[in-house]
Each structure stands twice: as C-alpha cells, then as structure tokens.
Design a protein around this ligand. Sequence first.
Ligand SMILES: NC(=O)C1=CN([C@@H]2O[C@H](COP(=O)(O)OP(=O)(O)OC[C@H]3O[C@@H](n4cnc5c(N)ncnc54)[C@H](OP(=O)(O)O)[C@@H]3O)[C@@H](O)[C@H]2O)C=CC1
Ligand SMILES: CC(C)(CO)C(=O)C(=O)O
Length: 323
Amino acid sequence: MSGKPVEVLVYGLGAIGSFYAFVLRRTGKIRLTVVARSNYDAVKANGIKITSENHGEHHVRVDRVVRTVAEAGQKFDYIVCAHKAIDQASVPSQIEPGVDEKSTTIVIIQNGAGNEEPFRVTFPTATIISCVTWTGARQPQPGVVMHTKSEDMQIGLFPNKNGCPAQEEERLQRFASLLTAGQTVFQVVPDIQVQRWEKVVWNAAWNSLTTLTLLDTHAWLNSSDNATPLTRKLMGEVIAVAEALGVALDDELIDRLITKIKAMPPIGSSMRTDYENGKPMEVDIILGYPVRKGRELEINVSTIETIYVILTAINKRLMAAST
Ligand SMILES: NC(=O)C1=CN([C@@H]2O[C@H](COP(=O)(O)OP(=O)(O)OC[C@H]3O[C@@H](n4cnc5c(N)ncnc54)[C@H](OP(=O)(O)O)[C@@H]3O)[C@@H](O)[C@H]2O)C=CC1
Ligand SMILES: CC(C)(CO)C(=O)C(=O)O
C-alpha cells in the first residue's frame, strides 16, 4: 500500500455491505474496518468469503472487526452504510463516534427513498453520498456471500446546502476512484434522486407483490388480467409522488420497468426473502415514505397505501416473533 490508506468503515455487513467491502478492499488503498452483528464470530475468525459470478472466488481480509462504531475508537474517511433500512432513524447515533463532520463522508447503499434524511439531521454539514445498487447478492451463511451476475450502481451527492460544493465533489470523485480501482460497474450521476426514485418504483411494485403473493414476478404478472394493470397503477402513484417532489420521472418509466422485468428471468425480491426468513422487511422506506409524501402533497396514493398498511401489519407480526 503506498501513501496513507483511506480509512473505510462498513456498517451493515450483510450481502451488499460484504460485496462492496470486497470491491473497496481489493483496491489495496484502504484500511477496512467492519461493524458486524450476527456474523461477527465468522468474520472475525475467517474474514469474508465471496463467490461472484463476475469476479470469481475471493477471501476478503478485514483489518478490524468490531461490534460497534464506538469500539473502533477512531474517525473514518468513509462510512459505508449498507444495513437494512428498517429503523433508519436509530443509525446516525450509532455511527456518530466514527464521524468527524469536517472530514468524514457518509455513503449510503440502500433501497428506499428518504434514506439520507436522518443522517442529514444528525450531521448537518457532513458530505453524504447516496447510492442505488442493482447488484444481486445474498449471505447464505455468516461471512459467506454469493454474488450473481447482476452488478451496477449509481452514485451521487445528497448535497449539503451549507457545504463547499468543490470539496463535496472531490470526496465523491475520490470514492468513485476507489470503486473504479475495485473493478465494479457504476456511474456517477448528477441527480441521484432520479435513480433512487426509479428504484423505489421498481421495489414498491415487485418487492410488495412478490411478498404478498409469494409468487415470482412473472407468475404474478401471469396470474390474471388484472395483475399488470394493478402493477402499472401502483408504479404510477409512486411516480406521481416523485414528480410532485420535483424528481424528474415520468410515466414512460412504467413501460421501461415492465419491459425490463419481462426480459429478466423471474425473480422474487429481497423483501420476500426477508419475509420467508422471518426477518423485518423494508416496508417503511420503500412504501411508507412515498405514502406519507403523497398524503402531504394531496396525491392519490390509495393503491400503495393499501399495500403499505397490509405489509406494515405483516411486518409487526414478524418483528414480534423475532424478539
Ligand atoms: N441483497 C441484494 O441483492 C440487494 C440489496 N439491496 C439493498 O441493500 C441494503 C442491504 O441489503 P442486504 O445486504 O441484502 O441485507 P442483509 O440482510 O444481507 O444484510 C444487512 C446487514 O445489516 C445488518 N444490520 C441491519 N440493521 C442494522 C442496524 N440497524 N445496525 C447495524 N447493522 C444492521 C444486518 O445484521 P444482522 O445480520 O445482525 O441482522 C446484516 O449484516 C438494503 O437496503 C437492500 O434493500 C439493494 C439491491 C440488491
Ligand atoms: C435485487 C433487486 C434488484 C431485485 O428486484 C432488489 O432491489 C430487491 O430485491 O430488493
């Protein structure tokens, strides 16, 4: 390693956190600390094993495995948050011991909308990079990650109105240079909210419908003549909310996403997998945020509201059973 290593903390070391830990680690330019929970023992003993259809088999050496950010006892250049967005408001205080607002960049790699807001409230002046990933990965055993061929990510700033744009851009480009050196597929985009909301339209439809029906996407679409119109209506409501918030989406996205899913092999979704594993699902960040914004803006969100309320009840049952 030449020069001072970039200090990187990965918070939320599941499938996606481990995949991007692998990407960043293989640059040879970082010192990697991870906060692990259920996979702490496995990762502490063996690091991370990753089998990727694109990158082959790798053993990722982790410099430090900790249970909490406070235990690390240091500040970081980048804190990559790839935890499930279940209780997003509780996380900024968890990472706070590792944040120096003048120098730490917070990187969020999650599905959902509004993910950045709790971080901005706690860290009004920190640089925040928001990422939308289409990478497909799972962690079948603690510390063992399987990555499919799906690999793509869009990254961009969640701008700090009071910050220095040149400094924020420099931090974004520095992170991008690590992703390039780590040989992953990604693009830097000018307004990440467009990609974030496009993905929310996708997730609000496929994650909800595959979870509620326990069908895959194609079986759902073929289930009756009403399935495609309902899917389109649901997507249309999320798009209307995004448009009212000033995010540049339009209804042609519906055709694009329907065409995209039909060209893919049938899939379930991370929400359905969480449901099947009895784990809390990302209902609020994927559906609750658009529903709340829709109500505030007096937009008809009756379809997503119905689905949101039902999934919230199912989530409550899962959470009660898992505590
Ligand atoms: N997997 C995929 O293919 C894709 C996932 N995504 C998104 O990426 C994000 C991460 O998903 P994924 O990696 O699949 O999820 P996983 O369930 O594989 O991993 C989540 C990890 O975060 C940890 N975690 C959860 N909540 C907290 C918390 N509050 N504090 C600290 N750690 C926490 C979990 O620990 P523990 O095990 O102890 O619960 C687990 O290690 C999600 O937003 C998801 O929607 C997006 C595209 C594809
Ligand atoms: C992996 C992918 C892209 C599939 O829709 C996803 O985002 C999810 O399941 O949550």
